[in-house]
Design a protein around this ligand. Sequence first.
Ligand SMILES: [Zn+2]
Length: 373
Amino acid sequence: MNRYACRACGQSAGNLVLDLGEQPACDYFPASGDPGPDPVYPLQMWLCSSCGLAQLLADPTVPEEPKGTEPAALVAQAADAVARVAQAGLLPARGVVAEYGSPHGGSWLSLLTGRGMVPAADGQRADVVLDCFGLMHAADQHGALAERAARTAPGGVLLLQYHSLSTILRRGQWNALRHGHFAYYSTPALTAMLAEAGFSPVTAWQFDLYGGTVLLAATRDTDGRRQPSQPDAVVGTLLAEEAGVGVRDPSAFAGLQHHVTAHAKALHDWLQAQRSAGSAVVGYGAASRAVALLRQADADRSLLPAVVDASPSKQGLRMPGTDIPVLGPAQLAERRPDAVLLFVPDLMAEVRSSFPEVEAGGGRWVDVETLGS
Ligand SMILES: [Zn+2]
């Protein structure tokens, strides 16, 4: 095997901390008539001993980034985040903003221009450089962060939002690991990466999205906004808490690996029990994180007859690596399920109000993350 080089710091010392075996590309949904088998690829997380970045070890898949429908929880969080950053005085009136977006969608640009900010021209430096779940999609982490840092005008601020690695560890979210997502940030690791780019965190905000999401604000060390450049108490607390969770400690990931088996078994047993009881079940949310979970749980359409998804682009397709079809929301009224297994817990409030027919018909919504936890 060739020497592996960290995507951020280039060092080769590190540990394999999570191994999901062979998995299909989670963003390529075959047509429902395609019998497969779908090609599978190793899916592994590696933790760098030098800079502490948790990362996708190898990605032989070709990215397909179908934009799903934007969950209401994501839209609400964006508005909340922009309001909080503005409150902190970090959004200058008529300032220039450059956004590095996620291929899955979820732009904040209209919220920022709505506050009088001006979108940057191609390559133009910006007073506010925003990255909301974009950076994780770059195979070259060092290069991608350097580009965002260089794009930040003197005196400007770099805003980075990420699903926190400490959340993944604390909540056993092993299926956050997926092809196409090259990095899983902790605040300590991101702080080390920022230091390489000549930046330091100044403050941060936390959100409930995905069980725990962080928005970190960083400024260039030579700007001298702070003498000396010091993170505030929020950042200090985050750094300490995440270190306590063990975000840089390979042994802290053992529970995550264990949870793979426990969670998959719990899901399999639950589906089997529902079938034995004659209870009609469908899934909801054909999300990437459902792919490895269904596969680990040995779920097929005899156990889970369908996954409902609101995105028209996914209908008529099937879940990668299984024969489970993806169907439209009309199925919720048609099938009158006793239980709807929700693969995207952030959608809970939204789906309960969008599809009252489920509960009106005596059905219930079941958060898949609560099975076996
Ligand atoms: Zn590294």
